[in-house]
Design a protein around this ligand. Structure first.
Ligand code: NAD
Ligand code: UFG
Length: 342
């Protein structure tokens, strides 16, 4: 096991968070190999990453469930660590086609760790989610809060965490970081990469951005009768660049000795849906029409992180505020109204 990871395999590296991770890694002088099946992304983001950094990465179009493909990557490249972003992530869709989610997210991760084991690469950073806390009762949410996912997507995240914990218990020479993201939003400051949902956005920020740019008529605000100051749901939005910097710190933290760690990546600050609308209006100068509709089933009223464990152990804190998240999201969306299809 190398103590200085130089070549990083980024699964899902052409996706929203993975592409920002690649920019950070390349800018820090790392070699990057991306494995992505392009099921929810396109080569345009890979090209943009190389444009931004003026550095080349290796792109492999393939599936994390394909053991031969994984073996070939590990044989060809001296991979020091894996950052594992590949997965399906739409909560609603996961309730309609659960088996597809279990196959992709569970089997994909099992094939990946098998290939890592065979190649002797035992350093892994995994994209988990605050969704593993289910409907949390106490705020802010610490890493020791009870877990209990409430939909198939969330269960895949929780099950993968448990698999990785079992793996580490059986073989404590692994170095595994489980990162529980709160609500990643925003875009790279260049405006060249950002979030580009395929269909109607499920998430708040990309929906607001598409209203602002004229692709959608109005935002539906899912409920204004929650026990919050303005009645709308409260979330911990975190700038995607802060988020990927948290991964750099997590990777560093794994260096000194084998361990399995769990960290929340959030700002610790909660904002309501209406706060987010107002912040986006200020950042973009565009007004966002909205209508209050019914609650979305399964939504928590409030969710925000206690990020102190990441601060104390990783030396990481989010830097960007909600205004900056909106400014950067708007720069991307206004430059490329149709996203990577432009
Ligand atoms: P994304 O869909 O933009 O990126 C995921 C990438 O993985 C896509 O490029 C897709 O083509 C690829 N992929 C999917 N299945 C694959 C497979 N079987 N083989 C190879 N490639 C595959 O999503 P994102 O927002 O960048 O999320 C990245 C990770 O972070 C996911 O695991 C997601 O569950 C997790 N996460 C995201 C959020 C969020 O709000 N965006 C929150 C918490 C956790
Ligand atoms: N919302 C609206 N209208 C919309 C979309 C969202 O009012 O069109 C509201 C929601 O009700 C919620 C808030 O905006 O109060 C944020 O919703 P998102 O869908 O953006 O985010 P969630 O917190 O519901 O879920 C996200 C990811 C999940 C992940 C979870 C925790 O989608 O995958 O964060 O990390 F599990």
């Amino acid at each position: 096991m190398s103590t200085d990871p130089e070549t990083i395999l980024v699964t899902g590296g052409s996706g929203y968070i993975g592409s920002h991770m690649c920019v950070e890694l390349l800018s820090a002088g790392r070699q990057v190999v991306v494995l992505d099946n392009l099921s929810n992304s396109s080569m345009a983001s890979v090209e943009a990453v190389q444009r931004i950094t003026q550095k080349a990465l290796t792109f492999v179009q393939g599936d994390i469930r394909d053991s031969d493909c994984l073996a070939a990557i590990f044989a060809e490249h001296n991979i020091d660590a894996v950052m594992h972003f590949a997965g399906l992530k739409a909560v609603g869709e996961s309730t309609e086609v659960p088996v597809k989610y279990y196959d992709n997210n569970m089997n994909g991760t099992l094939r990946l760790v098998e290939a890592m084991h065979q190649a002797g690469c035992k350093t892994l950073v995994f994209s988990s989610s605050a969704t593993v806390y289910g409907l949390p009762e106490q705020m802010p949410i610490t890493e020791s809060a009870p877990t209990g996912a409430i939909n198939p997507y969330g269960r895949t995240k929780l099950m993968v965490e448990e698999v990785l914990q079992d793996l580490f218990a059986a073989d404590p020479t692994w170095r595994i970081s489980l990162l529980r993201y709160f609500n990643p939003v925003g875009a790279h400051a260049s405006g060249e990469i950002g979030e580009d949902p395929n269909d109607i956005p499920n998430n708040l920020m990309p929906f607001i951005s598409q209203v602002a740019v004229g692709r959608r008529e109005k935002l539906n605000v899912f409920g204004d009768d929650y026990p919050t100051p303005d009645g709308t749901g409260i979330r911990d939005y975190i700038h995607v660049v802060d988020l990927v910097r948290g991964h750099m710190k997590a990777l560093e933290f794994l260096r000194d000795k084998p361990k399995l760690t769990v960290h929340n990546l959030g700002t610790g600050q909660g904002y309501s849906v209406l706060d987010a609308v107002r912040a986006f209006e200020q950042a973009s100068g565009v007004s966002i029409p909205f209508e209050i509709t019914d609650r979305r089933p399964g939504d928590a009223a409030v969710s925000y992180a206690d990020p102190s464990k990441a601060r104390d152990e990783l030396g990481w804190e989010a830097e960007y505020d909600l205004h900056r998240m909106c400014e950067d999201a708007w720069r991307w969306q206004s430059k490329y109204p149709q996203g990577f299809q432009e």
